[in-house]
Design a binder for this molecule. Structure first.
Ligand SMILES: [Zn+2]
Length: 133
C-alpha cells in the first residue's frame, strides 16, 4: 500500500471540510488577527476551542450528526445573507419600487412606486390589504 492509498483510507468515511468547517476556520483566523493586537488569553483559548471543534468535525465519522449541524448552520447563514440580499435589492430598486411586508404571511412584496393608497393582494397567501406609498 502506497502512502497516498494510506492517506485516502484514513480519510474515508470521515466528515471532511464543509461550510460550517470553513466558517469555524474563518472565525479562528479572524480571532488570530484580533489577538495579534489584543494579546488576550481568553481570545487565545476561544481560538483553540474553535480550532479543536473544527478539527473534531473534520475527523468525525458520525456523518449524520455532522450533516445535521451543517444543515442548521446553512439555514442560519441563508437567513443572514437573505437579509443583506433584500437590503441590496431594496437599495437598487429604491427609485422604481417599494418593499412592503404582507401582514398575514410576512412575505416581502415588491410594489411599483406610485404615490397614494393602494389595495394589494398578496400573491403567496391571497390576503388583501392596503398600503400607503
Ligand atoms: Zn401574504
Amino acid at each position: 500500500m502506497t502512502f497516498k492509498e494510506k492517506i485516502a483510507r484514513f480519510f474515508m468515511g470521515r466528515n471532511g471540510p464543509d461550510r460550517f468547517y470553513r466558517f469555524l476556520i474563518i472565525c479562528c483566523l479572524v480571532l488570530l488577527v484580533i489577538n495579534l493586537f489584543a494579546r488576550s488569553a481568553v481570545i487565545y483559548a476561544a481560538e483553540l476551542l474553535l480550532l479543536g471543534y473544527a478539527f473534531f468535525r473534520f475527523m468525525s465519522k458520525n456523518l449524520y450528526k455532522r450533516q445535521a449541524e451543517n444543515r442548521k448552520y446553512m439555514e442560519l447563514e441563508n437567513k443572514v445573507t437573505g437579509f443583506f440580499r433584500l437590503q441590496k435589492r431594496k437599495f437598487s430598486d429604491r427609485k422604481t419600487h417599494v418593499y412592503r411586508t404582507c401582514p398575514s404571511c410576512k412575505k416581502h412584496l415588491r410594489l411599483p412606486k406610485k404615490k397614494g393608497q393602494h389595495n394589494v393582494c398578496c400573491p403567496v397567501c391571497g390576503n388583501n390589504f392596503s398600503v400607503r406609498v
